[in-house]
Design a binder for this molecule. Structure first.
Ligand SMILES: [Zn+2]
Ligand SMILES: [Zn+2]
Length: 478
């Protein structure tokens, strides 16, 4: 359990990192939205600078006090400092005109505006827009064999470039001009659509593909986001763990060892792999993670409606499986060791929910006693435990991975007691986190009360089944 948790938090951190990085591609939502930009530009045009034609300016001198775009003086200034056509278009505040058109309009208006102000290095973008085609070719190359329905674009730019651009744009650009990063993102998105000849659904969160561009090196990384399926499993074998269990001898290293037959696994089968491998293979994915609503011991069967789980499929090349067919494949391959009824697409947020579930569970347990059984007495003593609150010290068998403490857990029902020779069996329903084997054998007095204590005999557990997980109230199924 602790292993699973630490793995989860690692993944969460990773997720957060991506989130931060990807959001770096966008300025704040208010500046980013087109409506806001339009509004600002309109406000500006109807405002004080609109009659800017009255200003006279000389072509050659740089007037750092010139009013900002969209005044003719402002536009002339951004041309003079060497701004590229892309950036002229986005900071000039002129709608529906290309940078080239805005530039030639400025020349027509003012014959003294020297043509020698050609772009060498655009001070706003350092000619980054010239690389769009190159960047998009790399992106298209990397995503061409992947299945996806949404893409998020993130771009990482040097901080000093961002700061310099921000300063020039705030001073000389039209109010509400799109900042460099989001302008780059939009330009890349448009170019991808042109390149692919289709309208890709670009999103700002929870994408299928996260495309990350380094503006300095033009390196493109594509992160294929995992997909998640929810289901419930029944485990009908007493020999398989829930999650993959690395070999104790070699710790599961790449080629395994002699004692694990080169598998790297302590147990060849696990619910994780019996369910996950067919899915992984169908989606041509890299690996799986398994998130159960709690877990049972290896030798405990999981019956009833089964235990809720989420299987996470990492780096899938395709994302749209035939779920019904997959369920059949899983059940056929598992050969009666594990069964599932269905798989449903879900998202990451459900993992935390099923992990936090505190559902009651029902069990059937069978054990052997040493000593003479007086049936009426034994039944009466065991029945006493129905409805009581147990005090359970951390069991010795898990004390190496659980903090020592006393847990109070309620037994909400105990009944259907069956006695056959020296074997006793009963059904019990109790709170989440109850140690049921310990409830019977007492773990050398660490659980009070216990069946062993009540009947004054040693109890040896023969088997235990989880017969139901009562999560209906929380309704995880939708
Ligand atoms: Zn530029
Ligand atoms: Zn090994």
């Amino acid at each position: 359990m602790s292993q699973t948790n630490s793995k989860d938090s690692e993944e969460n951190n990773e997720d957060d990192e991506w989130h931060k990085f990807s959001n770096a591609g966008y300025s704040s939502a208010s500046v980013d939205s087109d409506a806001e930009i339009d509004k600002n530009v309109n406000d500006n045009q109807s405002g004080v600078w609109f009659d800017g034609d009255d200003f006279e300016f000389e072509g050659k001198t740089l007037d750092w006090n010139s009013p900002p775009c969209p005044t003719p003086l402002g536009v002339a200034h951004v041309i003079k400092i060497g701004t590229c056509n892309h950036c002229i278009e986005r900071v000039s505040g002129k709608k529906n005109m290309s940078g080239e058109e805005i530039r030639s309009e400025a020349h027509v208006r003012d014959g003294t505006l020297d043509k020698s102000f050609e772009t060498i290095l655009c001070p706003l973008c350092e000619n980054l827009f010239d690389d769009i085609g190159n960047i998009v070719n790399r992106i298209v190359d990397k995503i061409s064999n992947l299945e996806y329905s949404t893409i998020q674009i993130g771009i990482h730019l040097p901080k000093d470039l961002i700061n310099d651009e921000d300063e020039i744009r705030s001073r000389h650009g039209a109010t509400g001009s799109r900042p460099l990063k989001s302008a780059m993102v939009v330009a890349i998105q448009n170019e991808i659509n042109i390149n692919l000849g289709t309208d890709v659904n670009f999103v700002k969160e929870k994408p299928d593909l996260m495309v990350l561009i380094d503006g300095l090196t033009l390196r493109v990384d594509v992160d294929v986001r995992p997909i998640y399926f929810y289901g419930r499993y029944r485990k009908l074998s007493r020999e398989i763990p829930q999650t993959r269990w690395p070999c104790r001898a070699c710790k599961g290293r790449a080629r395994g060892c002699e004692s694990c037959n080169e598998s790297g696994l302590q147990y060849l089968d696990s619910v994780q792999d019996l369910v996950g491998e067919p899915v992984r293979s169908a989606l041509d994915a890299e690996d799986t993670s398994f998130h159960g609503m709690g877990r049972e011991d290896i030798d405990v069967r999981m019956l009833g409606k089964g235990r809720p789980f989420i299987i996470e499929i990492k780096k899938p090349m395709s994302r749209i499986p035939d779920l019904e067919k997959l369920v059949n494949t899983i059940n056929d391959n598992a050969d009666g060791k594990v069964e599932i009824d269905s798989l449903k697409r879900t998202d990451r947020s459900l993992i935390a929910k099923i992990k936090a579930s505190r559902s009651e569970k029902s069990y059937t347990i069978r054990f052997k006693v040493s000593g003479e059984i007086i049936e009426e007495e034994v039944i009466s003593h065991i029945s006493d435990i129905s409805g009581v609150v147990l005090n359970q010290e951390t069991p010795q068998r898990v004390s190496h991975r659980r903090a020592a403490k006393i847990r109070k857990r309620k037994v909400t029902y105990l009944g259907n007691i069956i006695i056959e020779g020296d074997e006793i069996q009963f059904d019990v329903r109790c709170e989440a986190g109850t140690y049921v084997k310990e409830l019977v054998h007492s773990d050398e007095g660490r659980t009070i009360p216990s069946v062993s204590g009540k009947i004054g005999m040693d109890c040896e557990i023969l088997w235990l089944d989880v017969t139901e997980i009562h999560d209906d109230e929380e309704n995880q199924d939708n």
